[in-house]
Design a protein around this ligand. Structure first.
Ligand SMILES: NC(=O)c1ccc[n+]([C@@H]2O[C@H](COP(=O)([O-])OP(=O)(O)OC[C@H]3O[C@@H](n4cnc5c(N)ncnc54)[C@H](O)[C@@H]3O)[C@@H](O)[C@H]2O)c1
Ligand SMILES: [Zn+2]
Length: 352
């Protein structure tokens, strides 16, 4: 798969084993930025990667904060990285965000390659150029657009992914298939009805998800127009994540956010209530029991987060709502009059 970007075009390449992927990523002067957990889980694979070219970091929202990146920059520089070296980033969305941000500004632009190791990163975030970094209490409020020079995909590395991280990745997969069409969404849900973590199913939907995302990021790389639709479920999802101190995995929050956006759409008469009820039943296994975590969150923190979202001004929230599968649209919704009552009803009554 070849992705067009105004920064530079890049390829998404597929490999068999994780070991083969690491071999394929090796460049003349590599500097590896690796998720510490992935490094621990694959000692055999990493045996051939010299420790002096590795920087290991924790995949946490805290580590993704601007104020905590200085030690990472310093460690990379202490390892001797120069402008003509390649940063090889190995991990999930957190490592991708940090690696992309560093590659953008280090030497005013370093070559970088990405080996995504979570379903979320493989099926969604690995294409699209974005880095998003937290600052103080604000999540993802600073960032850049700078795609990797290569993305190297391997299903092999997903075998160690915990079930909640699989569900989190499926949140983005479900979102993308809902954006695509009723038929694609129905096919996905048929596959998920018997899904127990099989690699072949994950591989199929990773590719299908990237194919749905590709035209959005190619026609609107800088997220000024149609790419906004990829935020379906995210205005609410981000608020749920931050109101629970990241107690809900990102993609699971997105599932809860998709349900909220669809509930609001039904309340505003954009979509048949039947569509919402079908989604509610179909998506329950993919978010339970995180509804309880959300219900326990301080409600005012949820609304404060929605109010603080960078897309919102003066009591009006820009939401991606739906008229059904394949039919999302951006709408300005009044926070106090429309959203607060709908979100309260959703959280109190719809999540059991
Ligand atoms: N830049 C973008 O376009 C974009 C898009 C979506 C999400 N994001 C960001 O991505 C982050 C979430 O990313 P994520 O869901 O990939 O989570 P993550 O990077 O936090 O990883 C989740 C957990 O899985 C572990 N892990 C990673 N790979 C593993 C493997 N192969 N086996 C076992 N454990 C493994 C990690 O150590 C971590 O504990 C959020 O910060 C979100 O804001 C960015
Ligand atoms: Zn997301």
């Amino acid at each position: 798969m070849q992705i067009k970007s105004s920064v530079h075009d890049y390829a998404v390449e597929e490999f068999g084993t994780f070991a083969e992927t690491l071999t394929a990523a090796r460049t003349a002067q590599p500097l590896y930025l690796i998720d510490r957990r992935v490094h621990e889980l694959y000692p055999g694979e990493f045996a051939s990667v010299p420790p002096e070219s590795c920087v290991l970091i924790d995949a946490s929202e805290k580590q993704k904060a601007f104020e905590n990146l200085t030690p990472v920059f310093l460690e990379i520089l202490r390892h001797g990285m120069r402008r003509d070296w390649t940063l090889i980033v190995i991990g999930g969305g957190v490592l991708q965000d940090i690696g992309c941000f560093i590659a953008t500004v280090l030497f005013r632009g370093a070559r970088w390659e990405l080996i995504p190791t979570t379903l979320l990163a493989q099926a969604d975030s690995c294409i699209g150029s974005k880095s998003s970094i937290n600052i103080g209490p604000y999540k993802n409020q600073i960032g850049t657009f700078y795609p990797p020079h290569r993305v190297l995909l391997t299903d092999d590395v997903l075998r160690t992914l915990p079930w909640d991280e699989i569900r989190s990745g499926l949140g983005e997969v479900i979102k993308l298939q809902l954006l695509s069409s009723r038929a694609d969404y129905a096919e996905l849900m048929t596959d998920l009805a018997t899904f127990k973590g099989e690699g072949a199913t994950l591989a199929k939907w990773t590719r299908r998800s990237l194919t749905v995302k590709q035209p959005y990021i190619e026609t609107d790389e800088f997220d000024r127009g149609v790419r906004n639709l990829l935020n379906y479920g995210h205005t609410f999802g981000h608020a749920y994540e931050s109101a629970t101190d990241f107690g809900i995995p990102h993609g699971v929050s997105v599932i809860l956010g998709i349900l909220t956006a669809t509930f609001v759409s039904a309340q505003l008469g954009l979509v048949d209530a039947q569509h919402y009820l079908e989604l509610k039943t179909a998506l329950a296994p993919w978010h339970q029991p995180y509804g309880d975590v959300l219900r326990a969150a301080e409600r005012e923190r949820v609304f404060a987060a929605i109010r603080h979202d960078k897309k919102n001004t003066r009591g009006v929230v820009q939401c991606i709502l739906t008229r059904g599968p394949g039919a999302m649209e951006k709408r300005a919704v009044s926070l106090e009059d429309e959203l607060v009552p709908a979100v309260n009803t959703f959280i109190d009554g719809e999540l059991s």
